[in-house]
Design a protein around this ligand. Structure first.
Ligand code: UTP
Length: 466
């Protein structure tokens, strides 16, 4: 616990960096709050913050320097384009790696989900399925099912943030890890960054607390190393890491097809992609910069790039990044501590203002500095892309309503499950007007559908295969 000397050291440090306002309400704080504030102030790298404010806010830098060479497409290979025998070979190779315990799942779930407007970890969100399963439960059950199919437990590494760690771990404990063994689920927190105003002053979230936020999903690599998760993987013999984000309700965690494809391609990294819904869709696409793999953000694309087509009729930049990747463990071990560039975002952040009141701004007032995970891609040198079916694999939960919302994700998942039932032999007519939900514990990707169980429920509006 900091003593008075520590507290005065914190004050001195803040004053040296032009951040004395952080102690504006000092006299109103109780001893524990004073300790917390002093500790927080001592943990902030004010030099780094000042440099980021200077380069990215005052000089209006847009992020990393753009001198990486010419931008060209990195076009993902369509899964459907492979002959059946090749697809089977990939699937077998992926299953073999899973069976040998060489694959781990790595979830980044430290985000704040501001667009969704949900307070708390996004993974606990219930998208309104008949089963009321949360995103975490859907993922856990897919891992469980696949582990059973492979005959080997898939270890699961989950990155949280300071804000949502306790709630995330509590959610898993309360639900007994959804049937997984607690020993095989490894939680760790990502780093934080202080949030500043236009003048570069750190905001106060309350009178005794700095406004801090997670340092972006790119903070995952250092956190993976620092937390001991990378070592834990090594101890278990993990050689390949399946990385994904929390908000895709259709994510096929550790998909054997993709695992096998990544292994066969043999690069340090591989990425799953879907075709852009339309050329104007505001998503990042896979690309090469100076020949190295990267992601091209929508805002960086010229009109010409958006509409350019290749000889095969495909848009040249059509492979949308869905935050689903494979990395070799060796690659992560080598580059986990790489200095990735920070990006900046202008956001509306509630804070305690100079009058001591809590201000809820109606326009952006604060600057957040974040690391992006895909800034690690160039270090891979080369990367393979696999283009998969959007309807079957991508149902993002980003916004409260409309596009990429819980409602659209729910509809996509239920549509897919209906298709699985029809492919297994149930008539389309029989399912008219009914909702079909199939538990991941019963089927990972449409295999082994129990048609008798479905038929027995045809009298109900909701058919649930568990
Ligand atoms: P998003 O970029 O969609 O951010 O995250 P978000 O925080 O979930 O949502 P908004 O932008 O505030 O609405 C993509 C993935 O990266 C994770 C998220 O949890 C999600 O899985 N992420 C994001 C982190 O793990 N840490 C971060 O600091 C940011």
């Amino acid at each position: 616990m900091p003593d008075t000397a520590t507290q005065s050291q914190a004050r001195e440090r803040a004053s040296r960096h032009g951040q004395s306002h952080l102690f504006r309400y000092w006299e109103e704080l109780n001893p524990a709050e004073k300790d917390t504030l002093a500790e927080q102030v001592l943990s902030v790298d004010f030099e780094q913050l000042a440099a980021l404010h200077r380069d990215l806010v005052v000089s209006h830098g847009s992020g990393p320097a753009a001198d990486e060479g010419p931008i060209t497409p990195l076009r993902a290979k369509p899964w459907d384009g492979f002959p059946i025998a090749e697809r089977a070979a990939y699937a077998n190779q992926g299953m073999r790696a899973l069976r040998e315990g060489k694959v781990a799942a790595f979830l980044v779930a430290g985000g704040q989900g501001t667009r969704l407007g949900h307070n708390g970890p996004k993974g606990i969100f219930d998208i309104g399925l008949p089963s009321r399963k949360s995103l975490f439960q859907l993922q856990a059950e897919r891992i469980l099912r696949l582990s059973r199919q492979a005959g080997k437990t898939i270890p699961w590494y989950i990155m949280t943030s300071e804000d949502n760690h306790a709630e995330t771990t509590g959610f898993f404990k309360d639900r007994r890890f959804f049937g997984l063994s607690e020993r095989d689920v490894f939680f760790f927190k990502q780093g934080e960054m202080a949030v500043v105003d236009d003048a570069g002053k750190v905001l106060l979230a309350s009178k005794g607390r700095l406004s801090m936020g997670p340092n972006g999903n790119g903070g995952c690599f250092l956190a993976l190393a620092k937390s001991g998760a990378l070592d834990d993987m090594k101890r278990r013999g993990v050689e390949h890491v399946f990385f994904y984000g929390v908000d895709n309700a259709l994510v096929r965690v550790c998909d054997p097809h993709f695992v096998g494809f990544a292994l066969a391609e043999g690069h340090p990294a591989a990425s799953k992609a879907v075709i852009k819904a339309q050329p104007e869709e505001k998503v990042g696409v896979l690309c090469l910069r100076g020949g190295k793999p990267s992601v091209l953000e929508y805002s960086e694309m010229t009109e010409e790039m958006i509409y350019a087509k290749g000889d095969d009729g495909r848009y040249r930049y059509d492979s949308a990044n869905i935050a689903t990747h494979m990395f070799t463990h060796a690659f992560l071990e080598k580059h986990a501590a790489a200095a990735l560039p920070f990006h900046v975002a202008h956001k509306k952040i509630a804070h305690v203002d100079a009058s001591g009141a809590l201000a809820n701004p109606d326009k952006p007032n604060a600057w957040k500095f974040e690391l992006f995970m895909f800034d690690l891609f160039p270090l891979a040198g080369a990367m393979a892309g696999l283009l998969v079916s959007r309807e079957e694999e991508f149902a993002p939960v980003k916004n409260k309503d409309g596009v990429d919302s819980p409602a659209s994700a729910r509809a996509l998942l239920l549509d897919l499950h209906r298709k699985w039932a029809i492919a297994a032999g149930i008539g389309e007519d029989e399912l008219r007007g009914k909702l079909v939900e199939i538990s991941p514990l019963a089927s990972y990707g449409g295999e082994g559908i129990n048609t008798a169980l479905i038929r027995s429920q045809l009298g109900n509006p909701i058919i649930h295969v568990s």
